[in-house]
Design a binder for this molecule. Structure first.
Ligand code: GAL
Length: 767
């Protein structure tokens, strides 16, 4: 029986020995997940949360039970635990669970648990020892529970096999006894009951990306039972590709760091789940938990929504020769497998320190541990060099060779270490081209295009299982990395989980929901020389018609030649004149002049290649057009200088049917678009959270990327914002998390967002 212990902890910075026996005084009351410090989103000192902290929790034993364990889903980084003044031991957690038996120390009522948490980076524990490009923060940041059992109980249930041939389970008991297994379908209908630990299922409903069907398995002995979700699927990875249920799938995904703004990784289930949903929403089929095992809530959501997972041991480039460090590394390997092996979404374990050098002694042990503990999955290891000795089942390589728009990934044949094995690209882009929400449009556009360029190459090369780009969300990092403000702006979404333009490039690869997204909108003055520059459209339409002030200009088609392997290549709108040019010239001459005007607009007056103007000059001379006239035309058609702003309309078609329209016009009226991820906050094992995002948009609902207004937050009722009360939008958007407080019965709560335009109110219910 599991009793969560997440509410009502006492928390205090520091530790004094007398608190082993005597209660904490002058504490703060907190709930778990908890972060030892609320931090600014950027520009802070990573030493500020590193130290020793005391947490105290009172709880009662569960009557009638015989054996008791404390279970921590994750605390950062290590802790000494005391129960009723007795020392339970020193534990390393970080990203793995701690379970400790307390049967001999527990009393019926009012047990006092003291957690002395050490959040300091420790060079004996991976990833520490050298520089690390991510922050770990500090706190009891995942759930805590009391496990209470009768004399005989189920210690663990391991799904050894769940595929099209059926199920094989192994159950670890305290004392041997007959075990019963019952399997129910999604609707709860009992399908079979047996005392065999291996069986087949009639009319098996397989787990897949489109239909992540989960059965419920109940494992029982007379005195105890466990329930778990099971997905049946067959995974095959070989040089010819990745196969799910024998269907070949190109893996396309994102890396995820687990930190959130202001609170590090300390957010409960709803936030973890939303991250998985966001990655799936973008059309990804895989996520890599770079670079450590992540929350069970995140992984369970991946099971439920059909998002494959490549998990990874904690680490970053550095492998120490110190025995303790190496022991801890292998401890993490073992605990990672034990924590995660029952997730159907999990396809492989990353058993090398990300981007580390070869270390056959260490990595052969790591591989061996995984294969002993999980006979149904394979291993890999992530490198940033091509000729590594591959002890794993397949080779993973971070290919950062994309440094522009002409090349995405290296030919897989050049990754010599992967010879004879399958190859996955586990990182690309990232630091090669960071991009912020408020970057100039061209940079945001190129960021998005580079991701598509890599994706194109992943589809192109059969030799790649796929690619997992760096990365899903911007993340906090050490002072040695990032933009000097403790953030790496490598995300497809920003740290607030708001979509950058790049996210729309991903969305445009999906068939559902007709989309037209323009990053570098043609407005006067945002580009050099105040010209209309060609602009990029991310769309899943097969043709787009452009209108200028309601006049048809031209039909555009996806860039199939440049991105031949993408399902929906981007479009380039590079003609602002089309057939509309008629200044008394004949059709042929008009075309020549229109083309020249578009060309000059694109490259800029100062960069024109003279030879490209010979033909147009000839046309002008032939028609006796003075140069001053040409300047007028240029202003009228290409540069908005001195002209009234233009309205463009893009209409997207699929198979000849109109699907979507986008208006690009000057922004004249504005509003704050507020979205709460959920409005019903439910206190369960712990408090609930909802991300609230605030976008500053114009009359066409287009995010205004140069907007930095401040908003202030006020709450009424049992909720709280896990952020400063005053926030400023960053490039037209920001988000924050609202948490629930405990209530006796359902209550209403209100969030009031004060803005310079009007107040926005979000109503929540809390139960
Ligand atoms: C890789 C590393 C990642 C991240 C990324 C930034 O080398 O594995 O953790 O630092 O670079 O692009």
């Amino acid at each position: 029986m599991k009793t969560s212990l997440n509410y009502g902890w006492h928390f205090k910075e520091g530790f004094s020995k007398e608190n082993i026996k005597t209660p904490l005084a002058d504490y703060e009351e907190v709930d778990i997940p908890h972060s030892v410090k609320r931090l600014p989103v950027n520009y802070f000192d990573e030493r500020s949360y590193q130290g020793i902290y005391s947490y105290e929790k009172y709880f009662d034993a569960i009557e009638g039970q015989k054996r008791f364990f404390l279970h921590f889903d994750g605390l950062m980084l290590q802790a000494d635990l005391y129960l009723n003044g007795n020392y339970l031991g020193h534990f390393i957690s970080g990203w793995v669970q701690i379970e400790v038996e307390i049967t001999s120390y527990i009393q019926k009522k009012n047990n006092r648990l003291l957690v002395v948490l050490d959040t300091r980076e420790d060079e004996n524990i991976p990833p520490f020892g050298k520089a690390v490009d991510y922050l770990t923060f500090g706190g009891i940041y995942r759930g805590v529970s009391l496990l209470s059992y009768p004399e005989n109980f189920i210690k663990d249930v391991i799904i050894e096999k769940a595929d099209k041939t059926g199920l094989k389970v192994s159950t670890l008991l305290e004392k041997e006894e007959k075990v019963t297994y019952s399997l129910s379908d999604k609707e709860g209908k009992l399908l079979l009951q047996t005392d065999k630990n291996e069986f087949t299922i009639e009319n098996l409903h397989l787990w897949s990306l489109e239909d992540p069907y989960l059965y419920t398995l109940k494992v029982s002995i007379p005195s105890d039972e466990r329930t778990l979700k099971v997905g049946f699927r067959t995974i095959r990875i070989d040089q010819s590709g990745f196969y799910l249920n024998e269907k070949k799938i190109k893996l396309i995904g994102l890396n995820r760091h687990q930190n959130y703004p202001f609170v590090g990784p300390s957010l409960p289930k709803s936030a973890q789940r939303e991250d998985a949903l966001l990655i799936k929403e973008l059309g990804c089929n895989i996520v890599r938990t770079s670079h450590y095992p992540q929350s069970e809530d995140f992984l369970s959501c991946c099971d439920e929504i059909g998002l494959l997972v490549l998990t990874e041991v904690p680490g970053w480039q550095h492998v120490s020769m110190e025995e303790t460090w190496r022991k801890n590394f292998l401890f993490f390997i073992e605990e990672m497998v034990k924590k995660e092996r029952n997730h159907p979404s999990l396809i492989a374990y990353g058993v090398r320190v990300d981007e580390s050098k070869d270390d056959d002694e260490l990595y052969s042990k790591a591989n061996e541990i995984v294969h002993q503990l999980d006979c149904s999955r394979v291993t890999t290891g992530v490198r940033n060099f091509k000729d590594s000795n591959c002890l794993e089942d397949f080779y993973s390589y971070n290919d950062f060779s994309c440094s522009g728009l002409s090349h995405g990934l290296d030919d897989p044949k050049t990754v010599s270490g992967a010879k004879g094995k399958a190859l996955l690209d586990t990182e690309n882009n990232g630091h090669m081209y960071p991009s912020k929400m408020y970057d100039p449009t061209n940079r945001r556009t190129e960021h998005a295009l580079r991701h598509l360029r890599v994706m194109n190459d992943a589809y192109k090369y059969d030799g790649y299982l796929g690619e997992i780009a760096w990365c899903a969300f911007d993340y906090n990092t050490h002072k040695d990395f990032g933009s000097g403000d403790h953030i790496c702006y490598h995300g497809v979404m920003d740290i607030y989980r708001n979509k950058k333009d790049c996210a729309y490039a991903y969305l445009s690869q999906k068939d559902e929901n007709p989309l037209i997204h323009v990053t570098n909108i043609p407005v006067s003055g945002d580009q050099d020389e105040a010209n209309f520059k060609p602009f990029v459209v991310f769309s899943n339409c097969d043709e787009i018609k452009l209108y200028r002030n309601e006049k048809f200009i031209k039909t555009f088609y996806p860039l199939k030649k440049e991105y031949p392997y993408l399902k929906h290549p981007p479009f380039l709108v590079d003609d602002f004149i089309g057939e509309t040019f008629s200044e008394g010239l004949n059709k042929k001459d008009s075309t020549v002049i229109a083309r020249a005007l578009n060309y000059v607009g694109d490259v800029g007056m100062a960069h024109v290649e003279k030879k490209k103007l010979i033909k147009p000059l000839f046309v002008l001379m032939k028609n006796h057009v003075p140069l001053s006239k040409v300047y007028d035309w240029y202003s009228k058609y290409i540069s908005c200088w001195g002209e009234k702003a233009v309205t463009f309309k893009l209409v997207g078609y699929n198979k000849g049917t109109e699907k979507v329209t986008k208006i690009l016009e000057p922004s004249v009226s504005f509003d704050y678009q507020v979205t709460a991820f959920k409005k019903e906050l439910v206190n369960e094992e712990t408090y609930d959270v909802a991300r609230v995002s605030v976008l500053f948009v114009d009359q066409n609902h287009i995010q205004q990327h140069y907007a930095f207004p401040s908003i202030s937050l006020e709450t009424e009722g049992p909720i709280e914002c896990l952020s400063p009360d005053i926030l400023s939008l960053q490039g037209g958007s920001v988000s924050f998390y609202v948490r629930s407080h405990k209530v006796e019965k359902e209550e209403k709560a209100r969030l009031i967002i004060h803005t310079d335009l009007s107040d926005k109110v979000v109503e929540f219910s809390v139960r």
